[in-house]
Design a protein. Structure first.
Length: 259
């Protein structure tokens, strides 16, 4: 295949993706509130909010109890995640508009939303597209808000959800395209030992570099980005250069733009 053919294929692929995004937008907008009813200014303001759509950090315990960030669950099994602003939660309940990228702990049936033509999943894919295309979109300042999004929890939930989807042969036949797109957009890294490596990689990185690199912790455990490792190679450390080229493959993120 020559360079011209490769160029054509890339353009066709990009055009197909834009068409899919347009279809998703049309379906979501037709089933949601009217544009004049949406808090457009508030949504735009989230781009500059250090916490984005989140209000605070909370613990969701195994027994269903919700506690503030400084508290601890009485027994193991709890998860830490961001709590949405009240008006963002209201937007979900009243208008069916979902801005949240946190899925850990969500009910499979509600996320699949069969009666709503999988609107929740389509909106999730659209939000992920906007995050990549618009410099983080409403998560621009809050993408690394520590504790709001736990990559390992999200990936673990993604694996369970996709296994649940694929367990129904009838659903696979009638909703194949949507299931395929869910596999592309949802995080679902392997559940083997490498799944627990992002936090360990961050600790190793910060131990072998200056303490000023500690903020990288939220980037590894929240929204991992291979660029973090690449940038670290340009900084001298007390233990020499940190080689993490082989570690990029275990970071639980898909479709990362490495520009």
């Amino acid at each position: 295949m020559n360079k011209y053919q490769g160029f054509q294929i890339r353009w066709i692929s990009a055009g197909f993706r834009l068409i899919c995004v347009w279809i998703i937008v049309m379906q979501v907008s037709s089933a949601s509130a009217r544009p004049e009813d949406l808090p457009v200014r508030d949504i735009q303001a989230l781009k500059q909010d250090p916490r984005g759509p989140f209000q605070s950090i909370q613990w969701v315990c195994a027994n269903g109890t919700v506690l503030p960030a400084k508290s601890r669950c009485p027994s193991p099994g709890g998860r830490q995640q961001g709590k949405l602003k009240d008006w963002v939660t209201g937007l979900e309940k009243e208008s069916g508009i979902f801005l949240n990228v946190v899925l850990a702990g969500s009910d499979h049936q509600k996320v699949w939303d069969d009666s709503g033509a999988q609107s929740r999943l389509k909106q999730y894919a659209l939000v992920q597209f906007l995050i990549q295309a618009d410099q983080g979109w409403i998560y621009r300042k809050a993408r690394y808000y520590r504790g709001a999004v736990q990559a390992e929890d999200e990936s673990r939930w993604g694996v369970d959800f996709l296994n649940w989807l694929l367990s129904d042969a009838g659903r696979l036949e009638t909703r194949f395209f949507q299931i395929r797109e869910a596999c592309r957009s949802l995080p679902h890294f392997s559940g083997n030992k490498t799944g627990s490596r992002p936090s360990g990689l961050c600790q190793r990185l910060c131990r072998t570099r200056y303490r000023r690199l500690w903020p990288c912790g939220s980037k590894f455990t929240g929204s991992p980005d291979p660029r973090i490792c690449r940038r670290s190679k340009t900084l001298p450390g007390k233990s020499g250069r940190f080689d993490c080229a082989a570690d990029h493959a275990v970071l639980p993120i898909a479709g990362t733009d490495e520009r």
